[in-house]
Design a protein around this ligand. Sequence first.
Ligand code: 5GP
Length: 207
Amino acid sequence: MGRKGILIVVSGFSGAGKGTLMKELVRAYDHYALSVSMTTRAPRLGETEGKEYFFVTHEAFEEEIRREGLVEYARYCDNYYGTPREYVERQLEKGKDVILEIEIQGALKVKEKFPTALLMFVMPPSAAELKKRLVGRGTESPEVIARRLARAGEEAEGIEQYDFIVINDKLEECVGKMHSLIQAAHDAPGRNKEFIENMRKELEALQ
Ligand code: 5GP
């Protein structure tokens, strides 16, 4: 039975390592597709158009909203971020599980529109470890680190709205764990409505 793909939403604190995790997941298994978001924020050093993001102007982004070209979008720190619809729909049709790496407001919008979406929240093993990773990057000032930690505290308030938490301790183990959770999620009754309905009809016909 050819199965359709599902939407997988991944959120997590800044510094939890979700970027690395997603790249590894997509590399290790070939049936995942990673969605590239559209944003109005400026590219950071080393970021390239179409790889990390599609970088667009405010006007272009708002035009995209008007023509309903986005699955969801949110404002985050004065910029727009959104998920382009076409890529997502095409990949789901092909049977790929599509990963959206987005923040919590967007995650909840996706859950509303697509009740079968699977929501995962990536966390470090401890708050101390999160701080250690943020400091270890060596790219942020103590003020920025303090702000990101404060924001992690706010985001932590919404974790119960996710289906699973994933603790990112050892990369390889974590990737394997995410993959098994996603595979298991495919077998939930809510994600197999058509199959179940057909079975019911066939049973009726047999009587
Ligand atoms: P950054 O500017 O650090 O790349 O991303 C800021 C935040 O925006 C991150 O939490 C990231 O997951 C989130 N984000 C990235 N793309 C999207 C998107 O398409 N939609 C939403 N709602 N959030 C996004």
